[in-house]
Design a protein around this ligand. Structure first.
Ligand code: ADP
Length: 577
């Protein structure tokens, strides 16, 4: 049962008051009774003492009838019963009964005590009077000798009436006192609990968001202090919520001003936040998309796959995704602390269009250049053979430059081919060892010229990799070509392949000139070369690594480079098996 705090408090008080009153009343009644009996016994004792003055003379002279009437008179006057008992226990005289018919009193405790200690007292049921009686007995002494015992007694029924009257008074006083105390207890508990109840009600209103609510109290005690604390708490909450509200407004306006579309998705795939730009992207500006599943809003398998990748990868993921015929660079990050995926969408449709125009242009130009360059090269070769020594070097220069241009055109065509969205990978199982051995044969002349030692180590588990054989070969061609080109005389090239999880990791390591740290980030850019004259001299185009990176990415792989100037370079490629 749920009791109100006032009633609870009152019940505690009431229990204490009632038990205390009962205990006090009982103790007081008992004490009073004992005290009254002691007083009575002392009275009877006094009377008995007085009697011991007159009785001996009558006893000695054996004036029993006089003794009887004497004690009867005294007994009547004092409203007591007087008995004179001989030393042996025989009743000599009794104020109320005929002693002739009274039994022997030698075993009565008050009689025995009187003879033994000079005073005897007992409360007992009297067979003679058939009532409860208080007996007080003392010895009658003559010439220092006990000659009899005088016993003064009184009926307890009379006393009981008196005691009951007193009890009644005690009871009535106890009831009145308890009632007063209970009233006081009720008022005290109410004065303590009523403000608490008011405080509770107001605290509940504050809890429900009514932060303007304040409690008025002039009390200076603990409740007054609690009131002040609750008021200042409400004030702080009010300020805090005002601050949160204004911050939320700020964030809202920042989000709506963002050029990017922003959407936050929870672990149940439901949208928890989206800015206006996101709604524009998904054609849902006027709809409420909060709490909807993201796939109800963006119907794109590419986007769903992207969300899954973001959630599992634990890193920032970027991908170009087409939504409603427009291209977006989508950036996703999973915030594990709040268990939410944060996605931004940046439109790159125009950029993509321009890129396409550019790459189409490059492809077309390269294509157009290919045939004339080949014939220039052919004519230069013919010239080289037939020209005089003087002109042969011009013909050689023409051929060398034509070669370089042919290389560039070739690389540009490969790149633009890779960039074509419609270009597909022709994947099949590739035997790495076989492919690398064949490539090594292609470069055998250069290897021998530079006296380079090539070491190929393929783990048993890494023999086969899935990929487009033409592209993968192109990839190794470029990397091995670089490893030879930028190596030193008598240098080494180590090629290793191992299996890690479901990926094949291929390392191509050389002991060449190395690449300075500041260039490492840029060497995969098109036409980026560290040393232009050296690259040109070695027949480089600056496109090799751009092609390599493209091929790796088109196979969903990764490429990393580590290098130290003067020591060598290591390319690490990871391809899904
Ligand atoms: P290039 O045709 O000039 O070799 P790449 O794209 O293949 O162009 O390489 C870009 C640049 O990276 C090179 O010019 C060279 O400076 C540097 N590079 C590539 N591979 C190596 C390597 N194995 N050792 C040292 N430098 C390298």
């Amino acid at each position: 049962m749920k009791l109100n705090i006032t009633i609870k408090q009152f019940i505690y008080y009431a229990l204490i008051i009632i038990t205390t009153t009962i205990i006090i009343a009982v103790i007081a009644s008992k004490e009073y009774k004992n005290h009254y009996l002691a007083e009575l016994a002392s009275d009877l004792h006094k009377q008995a003492k007085i009697l011991t003055n007159d009785i001996p003379s009558l006893l000695i002279k054996s004036k029993f009838p006089q003794l009887d009437s004497f004690i009867s008179l005294i007994a009547k006057e004092n409203n007591v019963r007087i008995t004179v008992i001989s030393k042996t226990g025989k009743v000599i005289a009794d104020s109320d009964q005929d002693e002739q018919f009274m039994e022997d009193h030698s075993t009565r405790p008050e009689f025995i005590q009187a003879l033994k200690f000079g005073y005897g007292k007992q409360i007992r049921y009297s067979k003679t009077t058939r009532q409860n009686m208080l007996y007080v007995a003392i010895p009658i002494v003559n010439n220092n000798e006990h000659i009899a015992v005088v016993r003064v007694s009184t009926y307890l029924s009379r006393i009981n009436q008196h005691i009951v009257r007193v009890y009644k008074k005690i009871f009535i006083s106890a009831v009145i006192l308890s009632a007063l105390a209970l009233l006081l207890a009720f008022l005290t508990s109410r004065s303590l609990t009523q403000p608490l109840q008011t405080l509770t009600k107001i605290a509940e209103r504050i809890k429900n968001g009514e932060f303007q609510t304040r409690i008025v109290s002039n009390r200076q005690d603990e409740i007054g202090r609690l009131t002040a604390v609750i008021n200042s708490m409400a004030e702080s909450l009010n300020n805090l919520f005002d601050k949160i509200d204004s911050e939320r407004e700020e964030i809202k306006s920042i989000l709506s001003l963002m050029i990017e579309g922003l959407v936050v998705i929870d672990d149940k795939d439901k949208i928890v936040l989206a800015n206006d730009n996101f709604k524009i992207i998904v054609n849902a500006l006027s709809n409420n998309i909060i709490d909807k599943y993201y796939w109800q809003v963006i119907n794109s398998p590419q986007f769903s796959d992207f969300i899954k990748t973001v959630k599992t990868s634990g890193v920032i993921v970027n991908k170009e995704i087409e939504i409603n015929n427009r291209t977006y660079l989508v950036n996703g990050n999973y915030a594990s602390k709040i268990e939410k995926t944060i996605i931004t969408l940046h439109e790159i449709t125009e950029k993509k269009k321009l890129e396409k125009i550019k790459s189409d242009f490059i492809a077309n130009v390269s294509h157009e250049l290919k045939t004339p360059l080949t014939s220039i090269k052919g004519f230069a070769e013919t010239l080289e053979e037939s020209a005089s020594k003087k002109y042969r070097q011009f013909a050689q220069a023409i051929r060398r430059n034509a070669d370089r241009l042919i290389n560039i055109v070739h690389d540009l065509l490969v790149l633009s081919d890779l960039e074509r969205p419609e270009s597909k990978l022709e994947t099949e199982s590739i035997n790495l060892k076989e492919m690398l051995d064949n490539i090594q044969k292609v470069f055998i002349k250069q290897i021998k010229q530079k006296k380079i030692k090539v070491n190929i180590e393929i783990d048993d588990t890494a023999q086969i990799v899935n990929g487009d054989p033409f592209l993968i070969e192109q990839l190794f061609n470029n990397l091995i070509d670089n490893a030879i080109k930028y190596n030193i005389e008598k240098g080494k090239i180590n090629i290793k392949a191992i299996k890690i999880d479901n990926n094949i990791q291929i390392t191509i390591e050389d002991t060449g000139i190395g690449i300075a740290q500041e260039h490492l980030d840029r060497i995969f850019e098109r036409f980026y070369v560290v040393d232009k004259s050296r690259s040109r001299k070695l027949g480089g185009t600056g496109l090799g690594l751009a092609i390599v990176k493209h091929i790796v990415l088109s196979h969903n792989g990764e490429i990393k480079v580590e290098s130290e100037v003067g020591k060598g370079t290591r390319f690490i490629i990871t391809l899904p098996q």
